[in-house]
Write a protein that binds this ligand. Structure first.
Ligand SMILES: Cc1cc2nc3c(=O)[nH]c(=O)nc-3n(C[C@H](O)[C@H](O)[C@H](O)COP(=O)(O)OP(=O)(O)OC[C@H]3O[C@@H](n4cnc5c(N)ncnc54)[C@H](O)[C@@H]3O)c2cc1C
Length: 298
């Protein structure tokens, strides 16, 4: 990518994310309203992006930060969108015309989530990725791959939760000193969680394998979409339900900050309510590429 961004990210000097979602709605990417207007060799960007990951990391913690920013350079619809390797901060200097704020999220505190307000921010023409009008397609290349990473992270989180449930079920003793693992109501819920987790894990592996084949030209775009959307849908649903099961097994104390399982519950919840694409949008992608674009339209 232009201008040393990849090198800086690889060295850990720069945060680089994606800025697609707007206050008017994230699922409808083709409806993005942020505008990028030509100004000589540059563009001037006007608009607002919300729920953007890494705002504090990019604009406060590090000296370099930015996003693949989607903005409208042409008319209505997905063909009017362009993608920019937008650097909000470079060498410690914030871009002129850029304002930001950090949202007070209920969880997922390992990374910040914020708002970007762009009022005539200058973006050099050399930062255009893939050419004018190609922004939607550039973003759609990245989304399926990012969804597999997110699915894998949810599998890891759920594995951790399940281990907490197993430990607790062995140690917690009730009804005459019996470990709660000896009650089927507890052990069967752990057994079900294990089976669900392993099924979801294999689906994530299948998606990652399909992504490898896609990059080598051995799998179609539709096949990648099918497996990456399925992996995200299933891994997030499974992880959230395993956190719920674990909290029930731990009991009332899990509702306090004495036990840190709620952090995972809220982290997986972020993916259930929208991060990396709404679950309904995953279902739409699966239906579209399974049944056919001529039948399933948004
Ligand atoms: C913690 C977190 C981090 C995020 N990080 C980023 C980021 O870094 N960059 C970024 O660009 N975005 C980011 N997002 C935003 C995320 O991409 C959006 O939340 C997501 O795309 C959904 O958009 P929305 O929240 O505006 O909901 P909307 O698009 O308004 O949808 C609301 C509800 O309607 C449903 N819905 C919408 N359309 C349909 C349809 N056609 N059929 C059926 N149901 C439908 C959805 O499933 C959802 O339940 C983040 C979100 C969170 C929570």
């Amino acid at each position: 990518m232009a201008g040393g961004i990849v090198e800086r990210v690889a060295r850990g000097e720069m945060f680089f994310g994606i800025a697609s979602t707007e206050p008017s709605g994230g699922s409808d990417v083709a409806g993005i309203k942020t505008r990028a207007e030509r100004d000589g060799d540059s563009y001037r960007v006007y608009g607002e992006k919300i729920l953007i990951s890494g705002v504090r990391e990019a604009l406060e913690t590090l000296d370099y930060g930015g996003w693949l920013l989607l903005a409208r350079t042409g008319g209505e619809g997905h063909r009017g969108l362009s993608a920019f390797a937008f650097t909000g901060k470079w060498g410690g200097r914030l871009a002129d015309g850029l304002e930001y704020s950090i949202l007070d999220t209920i969880g997922r505190h390992g990374i910040s989530t914020g708002i970007l307000r762009l009022d005539g921010v200058e973006v050099p023409g050399s930062r255009l990725v893939g050419g004018e009008g190609r922004g939607f397609y550039v973003a759609m290349e990245g989304f399926p791959l990012a969804r597999i990473l997110v699915a894998a992270a949810n599998i890891g989180a759920a594995k951790w939760a399940l281990e907490r449930a197993v430990e607790w079920s062995r140690e917690r003793r009730l009804f005459g000193g019996r470990p709660i693992a000896s009650f089927q109501g507890v052990s069967f819920s752990i057994a079900e969680a294990f089976a669900e987790l392993e099924a979801a894990r294999l689906l994530v592996y299948r998606a990652a394998w399909t992504a490898d084949r896609y990059v080598r030209g051995e799998a179609s775009r539709e096949e990648l979409n099918l497996y990456s959307a399925s992996a995200k849908l299933k891994a997030v649903d499974t992880a959230f339900s395993i956190f719920q099961a674990t909290m029930k097994i731990i009991g009332g104390i899990s509702f306090t900050k004495e036990v840190d399982v709620h952090r995972g519950l809220l982290g997986t919840l972020s993916y259930l309510v929208g991060a990396e694409g709404a679950q309904n949008i995953m279902k739409y992608i699966i239906a579209r590429d399974l049944i056919g674009r001529e039948y399933v339209k948004l």
